[in-house]
Design a protein around this ligand. Sequence first.
Ligand code: 6PG
Length: 245
Amino acid sequence: MGPEIIANTDVLARQAARRLAELSGEAIRSSGRFTLVLSGGATPKRLYERLAEAEFSRMLDWDSIHIFWGDERCVPPDHPESNYGMAFKSFIDRVPLPPRNVHRIRGEMKPREAATAYEKKLRTFFFPGHADPPGVPGFDLILLGLGHDGHTASLFPKAAALHEQKRWVVAHHVEELESWRVTLTPRVINAAHDVLFLVSGPEKAGCLKEVLQGPYRPDELPAQAIRPASGRLRWMVDVEAARLL
Ligand code: 6PG
């Protein structure tokens, strides 16, 4: 499916909120819960704020929704760069989501320990009672963004994590940002039932074109490594980001 091109970031946030509500309904009807993976960055913040508004908040069955993160910056939860902190302020703190349904990456821990702890949490949640899980988690919906260098989640160009087959969660130092990040690996992201990229702003136009229409070079453009095995992949992009397509 080609990208869905949307007039502006407000409409983008609403459309994404609608899609999320639809998918949560489907998942809860079929499995009794909805496992949602959040991304960081400015684009999804508007979506998160929509979720806290009465129109969507009332529609969502919060008791059955479980929130996870695709990546985290290695900072404490109250740090301005924390992806958890951003989501907490934007909606988690404003909706009746039970605290036990919030499964954050502990950015305040040492990066590798945070990655191990998060992977352990995923194992217990998705494969309770299995010492050796028979597969990888199949999240219902993973939200992703696109960095202007082609990164997604915290999978940056040339990262070894792009080829990781064993671990589900990896910590690595990102030289360009001089900071540590913890991220899900493509293998886990590609096992999701639905993956939704949200992209907005003119600064993303060149990269979006390369990712969607250029040759396949996932080591340079990690977003290209996201190709769900049997799940659905959808791109919602605003007209500014789509202007070169
Ligand atoms: C993060 C992300 C990251 C983000 C992109 C796009 O923690 O920074 O999860 O992959 O999605 O950088 O971010 P914007 O929406 O701010 O452009």
